[in-house]
Ligand binder design. Sequence first.
Ligand code: 13P
Length: 244
Amino acid sequence: MTAKIYVANWKMNVPARESIEQYIGHLKKFRVPANTHIIIAPPFPYLPLVARLIKKSRLEIAAQNVHWETEGTFTGEVSAKMLQRFGVHFVIIGHSERRRDFYETDAIINRKLRIVVHTRLTPILCIGETAAQRKRGETRKIILTQLRRALQGIRNPRVIIAYEPVWAIGTGINAQPTQVQQVHVLIRSWLTRKYTKKNTIPILYGGSAAAHNSHSFMQQPDIDGLLVGGASLSSQQFRNIIQT
Ligand code: 13P
């Protein structure tokens, strides 16, 4: 059975109405079902604190970014090895905000994936089309191109894919669960061809996921979890998303 995965991507935010200690404390009280991962992705400076707070719990942490080299003259950057030393197991790569604002190309994303896999961390690879691309009927082409370029040369299938249609991120506009399911089937069949017939690579959905819609997404057979932005800034809302 594919694991269920819920990721709280805080982006460049901290929880709005509670301290980080309260937030983690609240989630720690929650009994995490078997074969379920609950992953918190805070900004870099909060990783050591979150790593300390989640000790002796089933919660896990992710970084939101990484550099493709192990060390060197890269002002402002953080390596996979450094993240690993702080107990990070997952790294978000290729988020559309980084593609858009930091000009991350598929080639850069591929280099980041390689170092993350090499360091034995698990990448959470984000892919997704823009509204204009969907309108032009290019969703399939964009998704397959992003997958192929990002995963070029990656033989180890220990990755997580997050389908995040750009038009649904932070907009309150949800993709329809059946629309998402269609894209997930496309991703799954590509992954099955590339890696393994017994496909256990989790595919998450992200884009205005919240407690009121998480159930309808999670009912789809090929949606294995959610990558949550805004609604993950409240421990109560994030818990509700997982519980429903
Ligand atoms: P929202 O949940 O705020 O739409 O953000 C989604 C996202 O980008 C998660 O990585």
